[in-house]
Design a protein around this ligand. Structure first.
Ligand code: MSP
Length: 521
């Protein structure tokens, strides 16, 4: 065979392997760029990142999307107040999100900005498809609008004094010609769709909430404004600018080739999971599938709805002055310390409370004490009792069952987007291993087979922990991997290698600096 033939054969083998891989795609909400990234944005993005990494480890072909929501009245006004054009303004703020995500080790495959040309094409195509289907009609809008929410409210939704229920600020009265999406036509189709896809929304109780919203009756919603310039014009009536939520939701299909690359779109749509906060359920779980159905496209396969990370019981807001910059917290506890905290502080779906004491408390107990101690004990004793050369694990180790349980529990938890449950399972294994070492006290025993057996088992646990914890704390997992003498990166491993018995004896183990120096409480 010629050299070219070999290259072709290798390419074919890769293509076949790729074909066999399961595709898994996920998205975060795209964030408004009226202010810089805060803890709430970081929370959803870190959960998404850990889920993306879990699926890569599981061998899936992953597409992980995040980005920024840059049109609409809120941005137009914020830019004006800053004395800038909207374009100038968004060009300054959007990179702050991209940079923050880089610093937090977010492994997104794409970063979409709604001001990009590819997005304009997709929005106009989707609008046209819904219009051609007869689901968009001209009407007169008379009602109330909350600019920070970029949402229309009916009088029943408002707090006394015409205040927005989320921002507690006065809404604006709007009267103008708008095009409307005929959402009211979709009640039955949506209910039927959710009935056929009962597991599409996690956690479960959020699915009930969505069914309740639909059964409560759906009102047509406005999809255009004439009193606004900063947005994408409607393809059939350029006096109107697309309503920011219709524009924003479309980002999810823009990024997988809608309007530009039909083959790629067919491969990657529908998405596996949209990760969203509980405040944007209606737009994502009611408006969005209806828009897609109208255009003849499939709704998403899943939504994972998170609660809020509250600060002293309240949602962060500029007005309340309780906005926390995630980058300040990295300076305190490191990237992995922060990632671990947000992944465990709340069970995803419910609200959690952020507190500085909680951050330091979890850092000290789970990272410095449990994981940090285990790594330092094992590597130190392998140094002193085995000359730094790793003993092999035993096939019949008493820890093997705990490890198998942790692997299984991780898979089950990530399957339903429950990171705190996944990490809890891994930390149970860490605690069981610390207890095992305390019961056997290898540091007190004479060098020999008994000590080697205990340490070989503990090293194997560290290898498995490095794999299981990698989605949450990738840098630390890699450090553990290297300290126990393993080659390559955790990123290139596969979950199937986590099964007990994969640790090779004979590796050179090194002690190194403490992974997580204790912090003063
Ligand atoms: N731009 C829209 C989303 C469009 S998606 C097509 C938006 N942006 S946002 O920046 O205001 O909020 C984005 C997400 O951040 C929401 O899911 C919201 O729930 C989440 N969070 C904002 N503050 C939060 C907390 N304090 N805690 C957790 N998440 C919170 O809405």
């Amino acid at each position: 065979m010629s050299g070219g033939g070999n290259v072709e054969a290798a390419a074919l083998a890769r293509a076949v392997a790729c074909e066999a891989m399961t595709r898994f795609s996920l998205t975060t909400p795209i964030y408004y760029v009226n202010a810089k990234p805060h803890l709430g944005h970081a929370y959803t993005t870190i959960v998404a990142d850990a889920l993306a990494r879990w699926h890569r480890l599981a061998g899936d072909d992953v597409f992980f999307l995040t980005g920024t929501d840059e049109h609409g009245l809120k941005i137009e006004r914020t830019a004006r107040d800053a004395g800038k054009s909207p374009q100038e303004f968004v060009d300054e703020v959007a990179p702050e999100f991209a940079t923050a995500w880089q610093r937090l080790d977010i492994s997104n495959d794409d970063f979409i900005r709604t001001t990009e040309p590819r997005h304009r094409v997709a929005v106009q195509q989707l609008l046209q498809a819904c219009y051609d289907a007869g689901d968009i009609e001209l009407g007169l809008y008379v009602g109330k609008y909350c600019v920070p929410c970029e949402l229309y409210y009916s009088d029943d939704d408002l707090l006394p004094g015409d205040l927005c229920p989320i921002h507690r600020k006065p809404v604006e009265t709007v009267e103008e010609e708008n095009y409307f999406f005929k959402l009211s036509r979709f009640e039955d189709r949506l209910l039927e769709w959710y009935e056929q896809h009962p597991d599409a929304i996690v956690p479960d109780f959020r699915a009930n909430e969505v069914r309740g919203l639909i059964k409560g009756g759906l009102r047509d919603f406005s999809i255009s404004r004439t009193s606004l310039q900063w947005g994408i014009p409607l393809p059939w009536d350029e006096r109107h600018v697309t309503y920011v939520w219709f524009d924003a939701l479309t980002n999810y299909i823009t990024a997988v080739g809608y309007g530009s690359d039909p083959e790629r779109f067919a491969e990657w749509w529908p998405v596996d999971y949209h990760l969203i906060g509980k405040d944007i359920i209606r737009q994502h779980c009611v408006y969005w599938p209806a828009m897609l159905l109208s255009a003849g496209l499939e709704p998403p396969k899943g939504w994972a709805v998170g609660g809020w990370l509250l600060v002293d019981g309240a949602k962060m807001s500029k007005t309340d002055g309780n906005v926390i910059d995630p980058l300040d917290l990295i300076d305190e506890v490191g990237v992995d310390g922060f990632r671990y905290y947000v992944l465990t502080a709340a069970s995803y779906g419910n609200d959690g409370d952020f507190s500085y004491d909680g951050l330091i408390g979890i850092y000290n107990s789970d990272l410095a004490n449990n994981l940090g101690n285990l790594v330092s004990r094992v590597t130190t004793v392998v140094g002193s009792k085995c000359g730094g050369i790793a003993p092999a694990p035993r096939a019949d180790s008493p820890l093997a069952a705990s490890a198998a349980e942790a692997i299984e529990a991780n898979a089950a938890a990530w399957d339903v987007v429950a990171p705190s449950r996944a990490l809890d399972a891994t930390w149970s294994l860490i605690r069981a291993t610390n207890a095992y070492l305390e019961a056997n006290e290898p540091w007190k025993a004479e060098p020999g087979p008994a000590v080697e057996a205990v340490l070989g088992d503990a090293l194997e646990v560290l290898r498995i922990v490095a794999l299981l914890a990698w989605p949450a704390i990738p840098t630390t997992a890699q450090r553990v991997w290297e300290r126990i003498g393993l080659e390559g990166t955790v990123a290139e491993q596969s979950l199937s290698s986590a099964a007990w018995g994969g640790y090779p004896g004979g590796a050179a183990v090194t002690k190194g600096e403490p992974l997580f120096p204790r912090k003063k409480a």
